[in-house]
Write a protein that binds this ligand. Structure first.
Ligand code: NAD
Length: 301
């Protein structure tokens, strides 16, 4: 049986690991946080070295490149995985961090793909994530059975780092789409438009988008959206600010005038300075209508 060493049991990592274990993989996991370990409902151990011992496949689902490097390389844990083991980094990290990690991992006789995901915590729970995989074709094939246990689609998009480039651009679109939707949803509110009716119509019209159907920022019409649980447990402001920062740095280096992304980044910075960065990034709607919560939304439309 394929042995999986898993590091990172946060909002995404825990449900992904549960789906992998439920599909029959022999999985042992580690997270820095004891709370994350005890609530994950998968077999856990107290150190990354133990988690990766004799692993055929190593999965990391961590916030940033520095965390992936610390957990895999600096801790020495990678040395306890099987020689030739495949590292699948599902975190969203900088392209440069991914290519540097690929070098560090291969220098230790292991293999590496970056495989960031899209689909949010609901997709992680349901096992319907999309994976964008950068690396060699043979490693992509090796990863397939595990990726199929956690997602519905996976794309081999190029060499190591290519998955991160596409993910960064995807999240730049996600952030600006959400800002546009938040403005539209608040205007709909003020006009007394019923939110469910708006979604029914716009989702089969030219206003359609993934955020409209899955991430409506006012509570009520989309029960799985973070707005329905007062923005807890989704894709945090901190993580979206990180991703948008990566995209803006790249845009600046390549002389792209990313005006919309810059504005969303400014708003996320405002929440970082004055608000709660652990809330889902769709809480950006609160900058348009302070106090837009499930309670205030229920009284409208
Ligand atoms: P999270 O903050 O909920 O979880 C991260 C986990 O990593 C935490 O439990 C933390 O304790 C652990 N951790 C940090 N450093 C560690 C270390 N050195 N060793 C072991 N554990 C460590 O984050 P998340 O929402 O699960 O996101 C994880 C990654 O997936 C991020 O890169 C994020 O950008 C990306 N992502 C998130 C979403 C989403 O909707 N939340 C969607 C797609 C991609």
């Amino acid at each position: 049986m394929t042995r999986i060493g898993w590091i990172g049991l946060g909002n995404m990592g825990a449900p992904m690991a549960r789906n992998a274990a439920a599909a029959g993989f022999d999985l042992t996991a580690y997270d820095l946080s004891p709370d994350a370990r005890s609530s994950a409902d998968v077999p856990t151990v107290d150190s990354p070295v133990e988690a990766l011992r004799d692993a055929d496949i190593v999965v990391t689902m961590l916030p940033k490149g520095e965390h992936v490097r610390a957990a895999l390389v600096d801790s020495g844990a990678l040395n306890s995985a099987q020689p030739g083991a495949l590292v699948i980094d599902c975190s969203t990290i900088a392209v440069d961090d991914a290519t540097a990690l690929a070098e560090a991992v291969t220098a230790q006789g292991r293999r590496y793909v970056d495989a960031p995901v899209s689909g949010g915590t609901a997709g992680a729970e349901a096992g319907t994530l999309t994976f964008m995989v950068g690396g060699e074709a043979a490693e992509f094939e090796t990863a397939q059975p595990l990726l199929e246990a956690m997602g519905s689609r996976s794309f081999h998009v190029g060499a190591a780092g290519a998955g991160q480039a596409i993910k960064m651009i995807n999240n730049m679109m996600l952030a600006t789409n959400l800002q546009g939707l938040a403005e539209a949803a608040v205007l709909a509110d003020r006009l007394g438009v019923d939110h469910s009716t708006l979604i029914d119509v716009a989702s089969v019209s030219s206003g359609d988008s993934w955020v409209l159907r899955n991430y409506y920022p006012i509570a009520g019409p989309v029960p799985s959206a973070p707005s329905a649980r007062d923005f807890h447990g989704g894709f945090s402001v901190a993580l979206m600010a990180k991703d948008l920062g990566l995209a803006l740095a790249s845009a600046e280096a390549l002389e792209v005038d990313a005006a919309a992304a810059r504005e969303v980044s400014r708003r996320l910075q405002k929440i970082t300075d004055e608000g709660d960065v652990s809330l889902d990034f769709s809480s950006i709607v609160n900058l348009l209508e302070p106090g837009t919560t499930s309670d205030s939304a229920r009284t409208v439309g």
